[in-house]
Design a protein around this ligand. Structure first.
Ligand SMILES: [Zn+2]
Length: 151
């Protein structure tokens, strides 16, 4: 959960809004929420949304929670096939993954990377998570999710 300053739409005073990510209905509906309570006039709202955090909030999450990366421990035919299924990748993307064996292939927020990681682990694929700037970071998970959600 993170916080952001937000101007109250009723009285104009700034208060803290809180936001976070959740995984209801994973993998197709990664979700996020935002809630606000004005300390001056008491006005409040709660909002839920489907998909990754909106860019404005995701930028804050990445700055405060760090950029998380995922790499495959073995770039075998089996693990590539599972990756293709989980992320709905095409053959050109798979070739890219193959070419960067042993390095990070995905990056995103901790929550996003952990969701993908657990989906792959469930399918028997061994992965390593790390945090820090990706050295190549083929896929921004946000973009993969947009593709998934668009289907
Ligand atoms: Zn207010």
């Amino acid at each position: 959960m993170r916080q952001i300053r937000e101007k109250c739409s009723d009285c104009g005073v700034e208060s803290n809004a809180r936001f976070g990510e959740s995984d209801s209905g994973w993998p197709r509906s990664l979700a996020h929420w935002r809630s606000f309570h004005c300390c001056a006039c008491g006005s409040r709202y709660e909002a839920d949304g489907a998909g990754p955090l909106p860019d404005e909030l995701r930028t804050i999450e990445l700055a405060e929670g760090g950029i998380w990366c995922l790499s495959l421990d073995n770039v075998s035919l089996e693990s590539l096939n599972e990756l293709r299924v989980v992320l709905v990748l095409g053959l050109p993307e798979l070739a890219q993954v193959k070419a960067c064996a042993g390095r990070e292939i995905l990056f995103g927020t901790e929550w996003e990377v952990r969701r993908i990681s657990s989906a792959l682990s469930d399918r028997g694929v061994s992965v390593t998570l790390s945090s820090g700037e990706p050295t190549n970071g083929l896929f921004n998970i946000r973009d993969v999710w947009r593709t998934l959600l668009a289907r």
